[in-house]
Write a protein that binds this ligand. Structure first.
Ligand code: 5RP
Length: 227
């Protein structure tokens, strides 16, 4: 028996796989919504007799895709993707995203920037008027992370090293993540630019002007917002 949250993830995943067509190269993000969607995607490919190739955004997503027999590819073979399907931690009214709760923001952003269309799956609770309720994940180099954290604090954040100082969480890229509470983020592009200007910062979880479609689940029903 699925919980309400799991059922919402299942439904939004079912709606997302309908966008996958024969011959596509598809990016798959990371996180619990994507995890649930991978099996649904495998069933969709089998049922519709569709052939695709997938670029996964995390080692975990890659393992899941392999487990369900979904063919993989990478940027040594493709330059452009038709579609990227991913989750998000927050979506604002302008379709700007805050991502990285699952720790895969760098690879997700690389894949999303190479995709013609970015399709985001969320439940209603992730929709916000202004980004910033969820602490902003910022991927940083481990070397000198304490200094990078101080620089972020000078820009108004309350940074916390993910996993704790004794055993920081390590990303698939062998980096750390600082979860940074900034309060409301009314201008995501400007904050992103400021953060990227700091030495030691690899990437931020702000995805600005990248999304084309958002699928939103609520009470097991899915609605679609398109730009
Ligand atoms: C991973 C992400 C995820 O898409 C985001 O954290 C949402 O995850 P979930 O589907 O588990 O709510 O950005 O880096």
């Amino acid at each position: 028996m699925l919980t309400e949250a799991e059922n919402n993830k299942k439904k939004v995943g079912e709606a997302a796989v309908a966008y996958v067509k024969d011959g596509m190269t598809v990016g798959l993000g990371a996180g619990s919504t994507v995890n649930m969607m991978v099996e649904t995607l495998a069933k969709h490919l089998h049922k519709e007799n569709i052939q695709i190739h997938v670029v996964p955004a995390s080692i975990h997503t890659e393992r899941l895709a392999k487990k369900f027999g979904i063919p993989l590819t990478d940027f040594s073979e493709v330059e452009q993707l038709d579609l990227m399907i991913d989750g998000a931690d927050e979506v604002d009214q302008q379709f700007q995203l805050l991502k990285g709760g699952g720790g895969s923001l760098v690879r997700e952003k690389i894949i999303a920037s190479a995709a013609q269309e970015l399709l985001i799956m969320v439940d209603e609770s992730k929709l916000v008027a202004t980004l910033g309720r969820f602490p902003l994940p910022v991927e940083i180099l481990p070397f000198g992370w304490e200094l990078t954290a101080k620089k972020l604090a000078e820009l108004g954040a309350k940074p916390k090293i993910r996993g704790g100082e004794d055993k920081p969480f390590v990303t698939d890229n062998q980096h750390y993540i600082l979860d940074c509470s900034f309060g409301e983020i009314p201008n995501p592009q400007s904050l992103h630019n400021q953060l990227k200007g700091l030495v030691g910062v690899v990437e931020t979880g702000l995805f600005v002007d990248m999304v084309s479609t958002v699928l939103i689940s609520s009470d097991g029903e899915v609605s679609t917002l398109s730009k």
